[in-house]
Ligand binder design. Sequence first.
Ligand code: PEP
Ligand code: MG
Length: 608
Amino acid sequence: MTAKSTHKAIEETKERTFKGIGVSPGICIGKAYRVDTGGVEVVKKYQIEDDGLVEEANRFKTAVRKAGDELQALIDSSRNKFNGHTPILETHQVLLKDKMLYRRTLDTIEKEKINAEWALRKVTGILKSMFQELDDPYLRERAVDVEQVSERILRNLVGVDAINISEIDRRVILVAEELSPAETSEINLERIKGFITDRGGMTSHTGIIARTLEIPTVLGMGNITRHIENDDLIIVDGLQGLVIVHPREQTILKYEERGYQYEQFKAEIIRDSFCEAQTVDGIDIKIMGNIELPEEVVTVRDHGGDGIGLYRTEFQYMNRLKAPSEDELFEKYRDVVEVMAGKPVTIRTLDINGDKAMSGNPESTEPNPAMGLRGIRFCLQRPDIFTSQLRAILRAAAYGEVRLLLPMISNCAEIKETRRLLAEAADALKIEGTPFNLDIKIGIMVEVPATVIMADVIAEHVDFFSIGTNDLIQYTLAVDRGNPEVAHLYHPLHPAVLRMLERVTKVAAEKKIEVYMCGEMAGDLVYVPILLGLGLNELSMSPQAIPMVKCFIRTLNLEEAREFLQDILSVHSAGEIRQMVYHRYGDRMARMMAEPPLTQQTRETQSI
Ligand code: PEP
Ligand code: MG
């Protein structure tokens, strides 16, 4: 064997393909950049002599100053960027010089004659437990900020470089065990080509943001971080949920071609997305966009969205010490309403907690956050925070068509109490002479099984239902939506889920109220014929999915979809139902996705 052929053989055997969950389509090829979100692991304790105490205190002060400079640089560089929202960084700046952290650490160095690192760890521990014991759940979560600020100072003390996603200055593919939704939303689009993580899944909020950012992403890879080193060449195939490490020359060429084809195809369907989605038999279906940050409204408009079906407002509350002011919220909401220029904007009230506030916080104080003080439950416990949001929504409603959507509703009392607060807010605005509009549609997210069962009763209190399948499936099947260990059990086509959907749509028709869907199921071609058959005529999804779904709907016949629904409702296995969908619609779907005809297996392994 020649040296050249030996080298080739080694190169060939190095290529490895890993399967995960493709949560955001597209293909990218690039160097890996490992992000270890953990901090300084080992801190040693040692005594300081009396004559060394001033120097030790100065060492601490210098580390705080450097941490402050780092934060300032980050704030400056993230302003004016699409995703350059900096409240978390500003909060950290305040905390750096906070008496409780700064002064107490200096006092501890002096009184206990110990090194700065140890003093800082000790004070941080005390502060964290103080925060965690507070009654106010919002302040309780600020323990995470104390921890992060302390880590930043510590890294400067011990001279370990911080890896900050927004500081990355090369075009790379991020590789991490996990990224929280907040970290994901700090990603710099010009630098990050794609990302892959060990954890997460299709409907985890990190996955949802990845789709919004249009970055090829594969999550739920198990232990990919053990197989990839910094600067390894990798391919991320977000379409098929594959990651190829050390690809061969031939593989690279194949994927370059596929990536190019995908981009061409995307550009083509975006061009058509400004026309309506009308079925072959002439029924118009409204295709709306889901947004997390107000800036994304432009993406919805540019992808041909017929409105905003879900504006997840919680991201404006995350990573900051205090809730945003009413004026700040009002301005954001008004901007969104104005960009949509008369098209409906569905503003969902704060759905904080669950995975959104707790991600990246391993010491969450709620034992079971998904079933804890989440969404409307949190808001009704904090009428001050809730009222300021309701006022902002009522004010924005004076500028266009706004709908109010309430998350995590599980009984009528929650709706009645919200209506009371809303009326109170309107009265106050009227007295103050502030312009507002109370003539808005009020609806609820249908995402708790109890709400499905009680849908006929609850329908009397609302103008519309919006089915949140991400949570409805998780609660119906008792399968954590973000846990890859159980992702194979997360089946939107589970007969129990289909029966739930059937009930909600039937009740809505009987009670003559509108019914929409804004869970991720609405944006996946596999489910679209079934959703049409169920009578849903408004679907809301990640903006990037809009053109493809519109294009697919133009190939469907509503009458046929209704008959097909009856066929699948009599089948009692998710696998069989999926096969039936592929049998009937597989070719049409494959054409939409610019892929070779989909086999059931390729999609099935993507976890849902
Ligand atoms: C849902 O649960 O389907 C939904 C749309 O809400 P979220 O994903 O924000 O929980
Ligand atoms: Mg939900």
